[in-house]
Design a protein around this ligand. Structure first.
Ligand SMILES: Nc1ncnc2c1ncn2[C@@H]1O[C@H](COP(=O)(O)OP(=O)(O)OP(=O)(O)O)[C@@H](O)[C@H]1O
Length: 228
Protein backbone atom coordinates (compact mmCIF):
# COMPACT_ATOMS: atom_id res chain seq x y z
CA UNK A 1 0.00 0.00 0.00
CA UNK A 2 1.21 3.50 -0.87
CA UNK A 3 -0.51 6.53 0.56
CA UNK A 4 0.36 10.02 -0.57
CA UNK A 5 -1.58 12.64 1.34
CA UNK A 6 -1.51 16.38 0.64
CA UNK A 7 2.17 15.95 -0.23
CA UNK A 8 4.05 19.17 -0.92
CA UNK A 9 7.72 19.86 -1.62
CA UNK A 10 9.22 23.31 -2.01
CA UNK A 11 12.78 24.05 -3.12
CA UNK A 12 13.29 27.70 -2.19
CA UNK A 13 10.54 29.53 -4.03
CA UNK A 14 9.97 26.63 -6.48
CA UNK A 15 6.98 24.43 -5.72
CA UNK A 16 8.05 21.04 -7.11
CA UNK A 17 5.15 19.03 -5.63
CA UNK A 18 1.92 20.77 -4.79
CA UNK A 19 -0.63 19.08 -2.54
CA UNK A 20 -0.68 15.59 -4.13
CA UNK A 21 -3.10 13.00 -2.78
CA UNK A 22 -3.38 9.50 -4.21
CA UNK A 23 -3.32 5.89 -3.06
CA UNK A 24 -1.93 2.69 -4.61
CA UNK A 25 -3.72 -0.44 -3.42
CA UNK A 26 -2.27 -3.96 -3.14
CA UNK A 27 -2.89 -5.97 -6.30
CA UNK A 28 -2.63 -2.97 -8.60
CA UNK A 29 -0.16 -1.22 -10.88
CA UNK A 30 -0.37 2.57 -10.82
CA UNK A 31 1.17 4.50 -13.71
CA UNK A 32 2.63 7.84 -12.61
CA UNK A 33 2.82 10.15 -15.59
CA UNK A 34 3.70 13.75 -16.28
CA UNK A 35 5.85 16.00 -18.46
CA UNK A 36 9.51 16.74 -17.66
CA UNK A 37 9.78 18.67 -14.41
CA UNK A 38 6.23 17.78 -13.28
CA UNK A 39 7.38 16.50 -9.87
CA UNK A 40 7.35 12.71 -10.38
CA UNK A 41 10.91 11.95 -9.23
CA UNK A 42 10.58 14.36 -6.31
CA UNK A 43 7.46 12.48 -5.20
CA UNK A 44 9.10 9.05 -5.60
CA UNK A 45 12.18 10.24 -3.71
CA UNK A 46 10.04 11.35 -0.79
CA UNK A 47 8.26 7.99 -0.81
CA UNK A 48 11.66 6.32 -0.51
CA UNK A 49 12.87 8.55 2.32
CA UNK A 50 15.35 10.44 0.14
CA UNK A 51 13.79 13.82 0.78
CA UNK A 52 11.50 15.26 3.41
CA UNK A 53 8.10 16.68 2.55
CA UNK A 54 7.60 20.39 3.14
CA UNK A 55 4.05 19.38 4.11
CA UNK A 56 1.84 16.32 3.94
CA UNK A 57 2.77 12.65 4.08
CA UNK A 58 4.30 9.98 1.82
CA UNK A 59 3.61 6.58 3.39
CA UNK A 60 4.60 3.06 2.32
CA UNK A 61 3.07 0.12 4.18
CA UNK A 62 1.41 2.67 6.46
CA UNK A 63 4.50 4.58 7.63
CA UNK A 64 7.17 6.91 6.23
CA UNK A 65 9.88 4.81 4.53
CA UNK A 66 12.48 5.83 7.11
CA UNK A 67 10.37 4.27 9.88
CA UNK A 68 10.17 0.83 8.25
CA UNK A 69 12.19 -1.62 10.36
CA UNK A 70 13.23 -3.76 7.36
CA UNK A 71 12.73 -1.49 4.33
CA UNK A 72 14.49 -3.77 1.83
CA UNK A 73 12.06 -6.57 2.64
CA UNK A 74 9.00 -4.34 2.29
CA UNK A 75 9.81 -1.92 -0.55
CA UNK A 76 11.82 -2.47 -3.73
CA UNK A 77 13.12 0.75 -5.21
CA UNK A 78 14.56 1.58 -8.61
CA UNK A 79 15.20 5.31 -8.90
CA UNK A 80 18.53 5.70 -10.70
CA UNK A 81 20.07 2.63 -12.26
CA UNK A 82 23.40 4.44 -12.67
CA UNK A 83 23.75 4.98 -8.93
CA UNK A 84 25.60 1.67 -8.36
CA UNK A 85 29.36 1.78 -7.70
CA UNK A 86 31.11 1.26 -11.06
CA UNK A 87 34.05 -0.59 -9.52
CA UNK A 88 31.91 -3.43 -8.17
CA UNK A 89 30.79 -6.40 -10.20
CA UNK A 90 27.10 -7.02 -10.68
CA UNK A 91 27.29 -10.01 -8.36
CA UNK A 92 29.08 -7.95 -5.67
CA UNK A 93 26.40 -5.25 -5.80
CA UNK A 94 23.66 -7.79 -5.16
CA UNK A 95 25.67 -9.87 -2.68
CA UNK A 96 26.38 -6.85 -0.47
CA UNK A 97 22.70 -5.99 -0.27
CA UNK A 98 21.76 -9.66 0.20
CA UNK A 99 24.12 -9.80 3.20
CA UNK A 100 22.49 -6.69 4.71
CA UNK A 101 19.07 -8.26 4.19
CA UNK A 102 20.34 -11.64 5.52
CA UNK A 103 19.26 -13.47 2.39
CA UNK A 104 20.94 -16.62 1.31
CA UNK A 105 23.46 -16.44 -1.48
CA UNK A 106 21.31 -18.53 -3.80
CA UNK A 107 18.89 -15.61 -4.08
CA UNK A 108 21.57 -13.54 -5.85
CA UNK A 109 22.21 -16.21 -8.47
CA UNK A 110 18.50 -16.74 -9.02
CA UNK A 111 17.99 -13.02 -9.61
CA UNK A 112 21.02 -12.65 -11.88
CA UNK A 113 19.49 -15.41 -13.94
CA UNK A 114 16.02 -13.90 -13.87
CA UNK A 115 17.19 -10.48 -15.10
CA UNK A 116 19.46 -11.97 -17.78
CA UNK A 117 22.79 -10.97 -16.21
CA UNK A 118 24.13 -14.41 -15.24
CA UNK A 119 26.85 -14.27 -17.91
CA UNK A 120 27.91 -10.70 -16.99
CA UNK A 121 27.76 -11.04 -13.21
CA UNK A 122 31.56 -11.03 -12.85
CA UNK A 123 32.03 -7.84 -14.88
CA UNK A 124 32.40 -4.42 -13.28
CA UNK A 125 29.30 -2.28 -13.42
CA UNK A 126 31.22 0.54 -15.15
CA UNK A 127 31.49 -1.73 -18.20
CA UNK A 128 27.72 -2.39 -18.28
CA UNK A 129 25.47 -0.87 -20.93
CA UNK A 130 22.54 1.29 -19.81
CA UNK A 131 20.15 -1.64 -20.23
CA UNK A 132 22.41 -3.95 -18.20
CA UNK A 133 22.56 -1.37 -15.38
CA UNK A 134 18.82 -1.15 -15.52
CA UNK A 135 18.52 -4.94 -15.22
CA UNK A 136 20.87 -4.88 -12.25
CA UNK A 137 18.79 -2.11 -10.66
CA UNK A 138 15.65 -4.19 -11.14
CA UNK A 139 17.34 -7.23 -9.58
CA UNK A 140 18.36 -5.00 -6.67
CA UNK A 141 14.77 -3.83 -6.21
CA UNK A 142 13.47 -7.42 -6.21
CA UNK A 143 16.15 -8.82 -3.89
CA UNK A 144 14.19 -8.79 -0.61
CA UNK A 145 11.00 -10.06 -2.29
CA UNK A 146 9.21 -6.83 -1.26
CA UNK A 147 5.46 -6.32 -1.42
CA UNK A 148 5.78 -2.75 -2.79
CA UNK A 149 7.72 -1.78 -5.92
CA UNK A 150 8.55 1.87 -6.68
CA UNK A 151 10.07 2.14 -10.13
CA UNK A 152 11.21 5.32 -11.90
CA UNK A 153 11.51 4.76 -15.67
CA UNK A 154 12.19 1.01 -15.33
CA UNK A 155 12.17 0.43 -19.10
CA UNK A 156 14.91 3.01 -19.68
CA UNK A 157 17.56 1.46 -21.95
CA UNK A 158 15.88 -1.95 -22.12
CA UNK A 159 15.69 -3.75 -25.46
CA UNK A 160 12.29 -4.93 -26.78
CA UNK A 161 12.59 -8.31 -25.06
CA UNK A 162 13.55 -6.50 -21.84
CA UNK A 163 10.54 -4.21 -22.07
CA UNK A 164 8.25 -7.20 -22.60
CA UNK A 165 9.86 -8.99 -19.65
CA UNK A 166 9.54 -5.86 -17.46
CA UNK A 167 5.84 -5.56 -18.30
CA UNK A 168 5.24 -9.21 -17.31
CA UNK A 169 7.24 -8.80 -14.13
CA UNK A 170 5.27 -5.73 -13.03
CA UNK A 171 1.94 -7.34 -13.91
CA UNK A 172 2.67 -10.62 -12.16
CA UNK A 173 3.92 -8.78 -9.06
CA UNK A 174 0.57 -7.00 -8.77
CA UNK A 175 -1.39 -10.14 -9.64
CA UNK A 176 0.27 -11.87 -6.67
CA UNK A 177 -1.03 -9.09 -4.40
CA UNK A 178 1.88 -6.65 -4.60
CA UNK A 179 1.64 -2.89 -5.03
CA UNK A 180 3.44 -1.20 -7.94
CA UNK A 181 3.98 2.51 -8.56
CA UNK A 182 5.61 3.05 -11.90
CA UNK A 183 6.77 6.31 -13.45
CA UNK A 184 7.44 6.36 -17.18
CA UNK A 185 7.31 8.50 -20.30
CA UNK A 186 6.44 5.43 -22.39
CA UNK A 187 2.70 6.01 -22.51
CA UNK A 188 1.96 2.89 -24.56
CA UNK A 189 3.80 0.67 -22.08
CA UNK A 190 2.05 2.24 -19.11
CA UNK A 191 -1.29 1.91 -20.84
CA UNK A 192 -0.73 -1.83 -21.34
CA UNK A 193 0.18 -2.60 -17.75
CA UNK A 194 -1.40 -0.04 -15.40
CA UNK A 195 -4.73 -0.46 -13.59
CA UNK A 196 -4.83 3.18 -12.55
CA UNK A 197 -3.14 6.36 -13.70
CA UNK A 198 -2.03 9.42 -11.79
CA UNK A 199 -1.08 12.27 -14.12
CA UNK A 200 0.77 15.30 -12.77
CA UNK A 201 1.75 18.63 -14.30
CA UNK A 202 3.52 21.55 -12.62
CA UNK A 203 3.50 19.64 -9.34
CA UNK A 204 -0.27 19.08 -9.22
CA UNK A 205 -2.50 16.13 -10.08
CA UNK A 206 -4.37 16.92 -13.28
CA UNK A 207 -6.09 13.52 -13.70
CA UNK A 208 -6.33 10.23 -11.84
CA UNK A 209 -8.41 7.08 -12.09
CA UNK A 210 -8.76 3.88 -14.06
CA UNK A 211 -8.56 4.06 -17.86
CA UNK A 212 -12.36 3.74 -18.01
CA UNK A 213 -12.83 6.56 -15.52
CA UNK A 214 -10.50 8.77 -17.54
CA UNK A 215 -12.63 8.53 -20.66
CA UNK A 216 -12.38 7.17 -24.18
CA UNK A 217 -9.40 9.24 -25.46
CA UNK A 218 -6.25 7.28 -26.24
CA UNK A 219 -3.64 7.87 -23.56
CA UNK A 220 -1.49 10.20 -25.65
CA UNK A 221 -4.45 12.45 -26.45
CA UNK A 222 -5.57 12.38 -22.81
CA UNK A 223 -2.05 13.15 -21.58
CA UNK A 224 -1.59 16.07 -23.97
CA UNK A 225 -4.99 17.47 -23.08
CA UNK A 226 -4.69 17.32 -19.29
CA UNK A 227 -1.06 18.46 -19.13
CA UNK A 228 -1.40 21.34 -21.63
N1 LIG B 1 17.24 19.33 -5.67
C1 LIG B 1 16.49 20.23 -6.30
N2 LIG B 1 16.66 21.56 -6.09
C2 LIG B 1 15.87 22.48 -6.71
N3 LIG B 1 14.89 22.17 -7.57
C3 LIG B 1 14.68 20.87 -7.80
C4 LIG B 1 15.46 19.84 -7.20
N4 LIG B 1 14.99 18.64 -7.65
C5 LIG B 1 13.99 18.91 -8.51
N5 LIG B 1 13.80 20.24 -8.61
C6 LIG B 1 12.77 20.91 -9.40
O1 LIG B 1 11.53 20.35 -9.04
C7 LIG B 1 10.68 20.23 -10.20
C8 LIG B 1 10.24 18.80 -10.33
O2 LIG B 1 11.36 17.99 -10.70
P1 LIG B 1 11.26 16.40 -10.84
O3 LIG B 1 12.66 15.91 -11.07
O4 LIG B 1 10.53 15.87 -9.68
O5 LIG B 1 10.39 16.24 -12.14
P2 LIG B 1 10.04 14.91 -12.99
O6 LIG B 1 8.56 14.91 -13.17
O7 LIG B 1 10.65 13.73 -12.35
O8 LIG B 1 10.73 15.24 -14.37
P3 LIG B 1 11.41 14.27 -15.49
O9 LIG B 1 10.27 13.64 -16.24
O10 LIG B 1 12.16 15.27 -16.34
O11 LIG B 1 12.30 13.31 -14.79
C9 LIG B 1 11.49 20.77 -11.38
O12 LIG B 1 11.15 22.12 -11.57
C10 LIG B 1 12.92 20.66 -10.90
O13 LIG B 1 13.73 21.65 -11.50
Amino acid sequence: MIDVHELTKRYGDRLAVDDLTFRCEPGTVTGFLGPNGAGKSTTLRMLCGLGSPTAGAALVCGVPYRELPHPGRRVGVLLDASAQHGGRTGREVLSLSAAVLRLDAGRVDDLLDEVGLADSAGRRVRSYSLGMRQRLGIAHALLGDPEVLILDEPANGLDPEGIWWMRRLVRSHADRGGTVLLSSHLLGEVDRVADRLVIVARGRIVAQGTRNELGPDDLEALFLRVTA
